[in-house]
Design a protein around this ligand. Structure first.
Ligand SMILES: *Cc1c(COP(=O)(O)O)cnc(C)c1O
Length: 414
């Protein structure tokens, strides 16, 4: 179908939350644009206080934060790290760079997070760490994961790239494991283009993290007056972001809750408009467990087969509605073969990744655009001959008066 003159709906669009450019100008005026200046400190303080994290260090990316976390694990070649296969490559790469072997565990079909009940079976004498990924900003079952880790003396590194300002039983994602990693990449909820942070939740890891971040030197201790010169004391790299990036980021972090509120409106509209397709059994929409508060990082749907997913993607992209899919499961990727990560079957990972579509989701998306996206799915299924029921509430209501059935907003796991 598709009306030919409508503008394209991109998958993602960066936005300005407030004073980003003003803060960049300020950073330049302050005369220090390299790093760890006024705005880097301001961002760290804000994150530490809001999320109750002992120490936050900004990094140039979440990938860099994961690399630092892997170094802090003091891994030996052949050590094993448990993680989902359904994730971004950096989750695995960070540990592979240290000589460790990723051991992939299947996901739960309701949240697409690592299935916490399959973790213990994957533990061997070489297991050193677990790296759960909070997919779509929906928290993993951290209580169970921390319990397993404690029992087997394992480190837990939360890949919270997508989960900044997501909460699990009152605790912020990234603040629960030994270490947590955030992303401020352009595609995430809060951004400075490229950026990240390492959350350090065990005070005994702070000193070494600061050394690794600053090229393996004890410069931080020197600035604090603890040593009289700074020098090479450990392995490290260049993981300090520039003040310009931090200044931009501060402008976004200041508006953290406004951003989440907006994304929730968009997410709820998607779920409401897609409800008829869902009740007809044609798609399913994400579940957010009752125990947690998501950040609405992304909205995805699961179609009933890979073929339908691919056909729907083609149909929508044809109308310039840019839906996308991810991830190619890591255990099936070419580099997994190179690493010989012999792997048990991961049927849910393979099944879900083949059926998933991500819908446009960004701060400046409008409710009208959301309805255009969901209308395109209605058309797609009608064209296929499916009976698409009418929505059972008005789509013209305003966001403030929106009243969804409790089951549509607060979804429990099955
Ligand atoms: C985005 C993302 C990363 C990488 O973040 P960068 O900041 O781009 O390095 C890592 N893991 C997951 C799950 C992500 O979504």
């Amino acid at each position: 179908m598709g009306q030919p003159n409508l503008p394209p709906i991109p998958f993602n669009k960066p936005f300005i939350a407030g004073k980003e450019l003003f803060y960049i100008a300020q950073a330049v005026t302050f005369g220090n644009i390299s790093g760890d200046g006024h705005f880097t400190k301001a961002c760290c303080q804000l994150l530490e206080q809001r999320f109750n994290i002992p120490k936050v260090l900004l990094t140039p990316s979440c990938t860099a934060a994961l690399e630092m976390a892997a170094m802090l694990c003091r891994l030996q070649p052949g050590d094993e790290v448990i993680m989902p296969s359904y994730t971004f490559v950096s989750t695995a790469n960070a540990f592979v760079r240290e000589g460790a072997r990723p051991v992939f565990v299947d996901i739960r079909p309701d949240t697409l997070n690592i299935d916490e009940e399959l973790i213990e079976a994957a533990i061997t004498p070489r297991t050193r760490a677990i790296c759960p990924v909070h997919y779509a900003g929906v928290p993993c079952e951290m209580d169970r994961i921390m319990e397993i880790a404690e029992k087997h003396n394992l480190m837990v590194i939360e890949d919270a790239a997508q989960a900044v300002n997501s909460w699990y039983k009152g605790r912020a994602c990234g603040s629960i494991g030994h270490l947590g990693c955030y992303s401020f990449h352009e595609t995430k909820n809060y951004t400075c283009g490229e950026g990240g942070a390492l959350c350090i939740n065990r005070p005994n890891l702070i000193d070494r993290a600061e050394i690794i971040r600053d090229k393996g030197t004890n410069r931080k201790q020197f600035f604090r007056g603890l040593v009289d010169k700074y020098t090479w004391v450990d392995v490290g790299s260049s993981y300090v972001p520039s003040e310009i990036a931090s200044a931009f980021l501060f402008g976004q972090l200041e508006h953290m809750d406004r951003v989440t509120t907006r994304r929730k409106e968009l997410f709820d509209e998607y779920v409401a408009c897609l409800a008829p397709l869902e009740s007809a059994g044609l798609i399913s929409t994400p579940r957010i467990p009752l125990s947690s508060q998501g950040n609405y990082h992304l909205c995805y749907i699961l179609l009933n087969s890979e073929q339908t997913r691919n056909d729907a993607l083609t149909a929508l992209v044809h109308q310039q509605i840019y839906v996308v899919f991810h991830y190619v499961p890591l255990h099936l990727a070419p580099y997994a073969q190179v690493l010989h990560t012999e792997q048990a079957q991961l049927p849910k990972t393979v099944n879900c990744s083949g059926r998933l579509l991500r819908l446009p989701m960004f701060h400046d998306l409008t409710l009208e655009e959301v309805r255009r996206v969901t209308g395109a799915f209605d058309d797609f299924f009608r064209d296929k001959g499916a009976v698409v029921p009418k929505p059972h509430f008005s789509l013209t209501r305003t966001a403030t008066t929106s009243k969804l059935p409790a089951s549509a907003t607060e979804r429990t796991k099955d």
